[in-house]
Design a binder for this molecule. Structure first.
Ligand code: GTP
Length: 344
């Protein structure tokens, strides 16, 4: 089976992390986020992933290349964002037979084999992957009848309105038959969730529900942090994170779980606290302390700094004696002068 993956979004909620790199190649524990998704797809023998890209597509292609461990990667480009519906339609010529369609920022261990079985058993023209949660009020909820057929969509319903303990939210995972694509317009901007799915209700359109699985959409800095922590603490089944070859000067300490990329230098008496990730080719100055931080590649931190709860994008330079204690994100190539104070 082939997968169409939507990777065209600008990832505005993740800015400044996504200012110079698209969300799918944002490093999570020093590995491009998309590798976790491709690793999951590999388990289900997906042969080809068609990536529908728009925002910074050349960066995406440069990092991901033309294949991942036997999965062929094909790129389709949009000049302007066409929304989830318009982007899927653009991939139509690659979609023969049943196709898996995914939002490109979903991290999960959703069982695609079971979902496909369910889809085939029902001779569905579309099946939407659903994830049952208690805190559904922030999401689009999908109601099913007792055969699993989709009954209606509700946008962010309150607990009072729905009056149920758990509800099914859209997991951003779809199985689509070619008939669905025939109903969709080419070259227009629209959302499959809002403008196509409601029209499929009552036309062999099903929902497949998973409970107690790992599911996270990496759309915000909080979830980016959560996913990184989950990788370090081994709460997610796929682990690609490994320490690189780094240099540790006398007295430098590294507390676990943490991760350090190759080519990085930890100068004398520096300290890397638990739940920190340091990218490749970074320098952590003498006596500097880095706690619960995510540091991308090529970041230079001077001596006697204290940094806590900071995400630092690639190429940033933080001069000596800086203290940052406020939860914060420093964008790509940020320069912080000596003795700066951010937070208490
Ligand atoms: P925000 O700007 O922070 O909302 O993030 P986003 O741009 O990623 O949007 P959202 O999280 O709603 O998108 C869900 C998935 O659909 C992501 O994987 C996006 O890359 C993808 N996506 C959203 N809009 C488009 C689009 O117009 N074209 C393509 N190809 N993909 C899209």
């Amino acid at each position: 089976m082939k997968a169409v993956i939507l990777v065209g979004g600008e990832g505005t909620r993740l800015r400044p992390i996504t200012l110079m790199m698209p969300k799918p190649v944002t490093p999570v524990a020093n590995v491009p986020m998309m590798f976790y998704m491709l690793e999951w797809l590999k388990k289900y023998k997906i042969e080809e992933a068609i990536l529908v890209a728009c925002y910074l597509p050349e960066k995406l292609r440069k990092v991901l290349g033309n294949s991942y461990k036997g999965i062929k990667l094909t790129y389709i480009y949009e000049e302007t964002p066409l929304g989830t519906g318009g982007a899927i339609k653009r991939a139509q010529k690659h979609m023969k037979g049943t196709t898996l369609v995914l939002n490109g920022d979903v991290i999960t261990d959703f069982n695609i084999a079971k979902m496909l079985q369910f889809h085939n058993k029902n001779c569905a023209q579309a099946t939407i992957g659903l994830f049952s949660v208690k805190n559904y009020s922030a999401f689009g909820v999908v109601e099913l009848d007792n055969t699993g057929s989709v009954k209606r969509f509700l946008e962010k319903p309150s607990k009072e309105e729905l009056n149920v303990e758990e509800a099914n939210i859209n997991a951003g995972i779809y199985l689509l038959e070619p008939e669905v694509l025939e109903r969709m317009k080419y070259g227009k901007k629209y959302s499959i969730e809002r403008e196509v799915f409601p029209g499929l209700v009552g036309r062999s359109f099903y929902g497949f529900v998973e409970k107690n699985i790992y599911w996270l959409d990496m759309g915000t800095p909080e979830r980016f942090r959560k996913f990184t922590t989950d990788i370090l603490e081994k709460n997610y089944s796929i682990c690609l994170a490994v320490n690189g070859k780094y240099l540790k000067a006398a007295g430098a300490k590294v507390f676990k779980p943490s991760l350090i990329g190759g080519g990085t230098r930890l100068e004398k008496n520096s300290s890397i606290g638990a739940l920190s990730v340091i990218g490749k080719n970074c320098r952590i100055g003498e006596n500097s302390v880095v706690e619960n931080c995510i540091v991308f590649d090529g970041v230079k931190i001077g001596k006697n700094c204290f940094l806590k709860n900071v995400i630092i994008c690639s190429g940033a330079k933080i001069a000596e004696e800086t203290k940052i204690t406020a939860e914060s994100i420093l964008g790509p190539n940020t320069v912080i002068t000596a003795y700066s104070r951010i937070g208490g």
